[in-house]
Design a protein around this ligand. Sequence first.
Ligand code: SF4
Length: 329
Amino acid sequence: MKQFSYVRVTSSASAIAAISKDKTAMFLAGGTNLVDLMKSGVTSPDRLVDITRLPMADIALTKTGIRIGALAKNTAVAEHAEVIKHFPLLSQALKAGASPQLRNMATVGGNMMQRTRCHYFYDTAMPCNKRQPGSGCGAIGGFNRMHAIFGASEQCIAVHPSDMCVALTALDAVVTVQGPKGERKIPFGDFHRLPGTTPEIDNTLQRGELIMAVDIPYQQELTKTHYLKVRDRASYAFALVSVGAALSVSSNNITDVRLAMGGVAHKPWRLKEAEAFLKGKPATEDNFREAARLTMASAKSQGANEFKLTLAPNSIVEALKLAVANGNN
Ligand code: SF4
């Protein structure tokens, strides 16, 4: 591992200042992905700015929803009584991620910043446009059964690995960031980006910006929720396909619905077309199938991930059925 300097900061202002004056410096929080990336030579910061002592781990109800500090641990969020009560989809998604040990270390901000688990990205002997722009993409035409079926580009077909982010996308969360130019808010669906011609850029954060908190608005009517994660083993595995579903159903009619998928794109994939189709319709398997069919119209396989073209729509239908069956109203 390349040698680096280390500084621990005690305020967000000093954290932002420390990052802003050093182009290769990076924030260190739980370190569950960053340290692996450093050990394997994928990421080589000259300086780590340790933000773990900043007072940003609170989880508190607000007038409009809940505010989760960027340094709140994944376990703390998943097991928080108000999260379970008001935002069960988020708790379900978090518990589907990683392992208990990792969830005890990983933070909300770090979860958002984690990088793809594409094998070629981690193998520094292989070409990868995300790790080394312009070097090519080993996954295109290679071992790509985990890769994207939506929104990929000719430069990169990687997927975002987070479960938590799928739920936050579906729940219309908003990210607060602070940077050299002050504070700004980013709708969660705009935080991560598609690869396009610059796959090395995962998100819309500007240099020096620090994630402060995530706000989720109350959606008390969305009580029927399910996070379905299909993976190669029962735990400690990334999603082949996941679906976060949250619905409001009255007299078997869908009055509101939120849907997002993981394991299928470079960012959590919101199913707006399926939501628009389902709203106001009976909660039937036929309608769930049609919503899945509409979603899959823009899907494209990369070869070895062809099975996702069947797995994804089946997962959408199953997640909707389980949400309707398991919900509270
Ligand atoms: Fe790199 Fe993206 Fe290609 Fe994977 S899919 S090798 S991350 S460019």
